[in-house]
Design a protein. Structure first.
Length: 77
């Protein structure tokens, strides 16, 4: 399991809750109804990536901390 840096773009987040539903050990909705990361190590990497991919507005970014490689969304070429 790689160390991941997970961020949520608060201005892009629409509070759909898909990430919370799919990975509740990692994400929760804050008082404003926006997603936030509560435990970046709360689920296997593949599960976290699936949760990020499920965001309808692509507000979640996942980066491998050691290498700096952006895993999701894929970097633009």
């Amino acid at each position: 399991m790689a160390k991941l840096t997970i961020t949520v773009n608060q201005s892009r987040c629409i509070g759909s809750g898909d990430c919370v539903e799919n990975v509740p050990a990692v994400f929760q909705l804050d008082d404003n109804g926006k997603s936030q990361v509560i435990n970046p190590t709360g689920a296997p990497d593949a599960t976290i990536l699936a949760g990020a991919r499920g965001c309808p507005v692509k507000a979640i970014t996942v980066v491998e901390a050691d290498s700096g490689a952006q895993l999701f969304p894929p970097p633009k070429k």
